[in-house]
Design a protein around this ligand. Structure first.
Ligand SMILES: Cc1cc2nc3c(=O)[nH]c(=O)nc-3n(C[C@H](O)[C@H](O)[C@H](O)COP(=O)(O)OP(=O)(O)OC[C@H]3O[C@@H](n4cnc5c(N)ncnc54)[C@H](O)[C@@H]3O)c2cc1C
Length: 429
């Protein structure tokens, strides 16, 4: 089967690329390993998308996503003006609808197992596995949005060297049947100076977020509660590494937890399959302790229960590809301009550490720009990589990995393809 473009990975960045490509008439196949679209957003329960305070570019996907999400009540605008506060379950349906309406060909439960490049006609040949069946597909253009650079790996292409620094991972979850009214009243009373808490009454539910971390350089209102729980043996100290909760649109009695953080030994690395597997089990144990902690120590949680545990470990950084340009922290600091910007951003350099006092949230007071060349393979002009695997150094990846940037990367890659090449008008198979 021949396509003009194949996108591998229907997650945050890949869905944007596949939707925009199909919407603009490119005969596109999207290949997704799991049975659901959305990747980190849906399977990983990563909500909300972090807000940018600068004017971004390549926002066609995000603007369309808002319209589709509103059809399903899968979004609200938070009290700080963030329009990207999504419901992770409903987005599964929203993404299906978007790709259906753009007439994108989607294959679920499928993944590439072999890839080669034909120099004479400059096409990629890929063997896919769908459960026990194999399929052969061919395309002139490929976008790797698998979050691990699977196509780059199959083509034996180079990755960036591993950094000495590392980002910790997390396993997210949702608690349900919380009395949010009681919790929000208690929280506003407890966190009097509202250092990290927001509570406001939205049109149909309460909007709420709060946090606590083990970083002693900041003042946390919830600190006495966490210290007591550790002293009582209800929590391990490492369970308190990072605790962050967010309300969820159309789930008025639930809260999404951006935790627990997975704590690894210094010599452990998540690219080791056994370390990765142990990390998942560690995360689920921590979730159970945090759940019992909430029931015992926080008002309003008495009758709550665990309704969702993320299906995938929340990995912030692992493989980064080698592209035509490697974006760096210096590019962020200087705000360097490029001829072909893929996105504009002002998100901080956000590093989650394995030990206390090593977290970093370095705010950037100006807009910085990522060139599209950081999304194109060093070796092949017609091979792109988008999402958290972009060609960047460790610290700039820590600023560019958020969902808004991933959406723009997908769109920028497709628009670059559209600018450079003409496609046959003979469409969908
Ligand atoms: C714990 C955590 C909390 C975060 N919090 C926030 C936040 O609050 N706000 C924010 O904006 N950002 C946040 N981020 C960052 C952001 O969510 C991610 O960096 C971003 O979503 C990654 O997008 P992606 O497209 O690269 O990967 P993903 O969204 O993970 O998509 C990858 C897709 O590829 C598929 N896939 C994988 N391998 C294959 C294969 N071999 N073949 C086919 N398909 C494959 C996967 O199933 C998945 O669908 C957080 C990240 C983490 C880990």
């Amino acid at each position: 089967m021949k396509y003009d473009l194949i996108v591998f990975g229907g997650g945050t960045a890949g869905i944007s690329a596949a939707y925009i490509a199909s919407k603009h008439g490119i005969n596109t196949l999207l290949v997704e390993k799991s049975d659901v679209l959305g990747g980190s957003i849906t399977q990983g329960l990563v909500v909300p998308s972090m807000k940018l305070d600068t004017e971004n570019i390549n926002t066609e996907f995000f603007n369309d996503l808002k319209v589709f999400a509103d059809k399903y009540s899968a979004r609200y605008t938070y009290c700080d003006g963030n329009e990207a506060w999504f419901n992770p379950e409903l987005l599964k349906i929203v993404f299906d609808d978007m790709l259906e309406s753009s007439k994108c060909n989607v294959l679920f439960s499928s993944e590439p197992i072999y890839a080669s490049y034909n120099n004479s006609d400059e096409t990629f040949n890929i063997k896919l596995n769908h459960k026990i069946l194999s399929l052969y597909v061919e395309s002139k253009y490929i976008i790797d949005a698998t979050s691990n650079g699977k196509i780059f790996q199959l083509l034996n292409l180079d990755f960036q060297n591993k950094s000495e620094q590392s980002q910790s991972s997390s396993l997210r979850f949702i608690l349900t049947n919380i009395d949010i009214d009681v919790f929000s009243k208690w929280l506003t009373e407890y966190d009097k100076d509202r250092n990290v808490t927001t509570v406001s009454i939205g049109s149909s539910q309460i909007y709420l977020s709060t946090a606590y971390t083990w970083d002693k350089r900041r003042k946390w209102a919830l600190e006495p509660i966490f210290s007591t729980a550790v002293a009582n043996g209800d929590l391990e100290y490492e369970d308190t590494a990072y605790f962050q909760v967010f309300s969820i649109p159309s789930m008025p009695d639930s809260l999404a937890f951006n935790c627990p953080r997975i704590i690894l030994e210094d010599n452990e690395d998540l690219t080791d399959p056994f370390v990765y597997s142990r990390a998942l089990k560690q995360g689920r144990q921590r979730i159970f302790r945090l759940y019992n902690f909430c029931k015992k120590y926080l008002k309003g949680f008495e009758n709550s229960y665990i309704s969702h545990i993320s299906d995938q470990l929340g990995v912030r950084e692992s493989y980064r590809i080698k592209g035509k340009y490697t974006y760096t922290k210096e590019d962020i600091i200087s705000g360097k301009k490029f001829d072909n910007p893929a996105l504009a951003c002002d998100y901080p350099i956000d590093i989650h550490s394995n030990n206390d006092n090593n977290d970093k949230l370095e705010f950037i007071k100006h807009t910085y720009y990522l060139p599209v060349e950081s999304l194109i393979s060093q070796k092949y002009d017609n091979l792109y990589a988008i999402g958290r695997i972009l060609s960047a150094d460790f610290e700039s990846q820590a600023a560019l990995r958020t969902q808004m940037s991933c959406f723009s990367m997908g769109e920028a890659a497709v628009k670059d393809i559209l600018k450079k090449y003409t496609f046959s008008q003979d469409k969908k198979q």
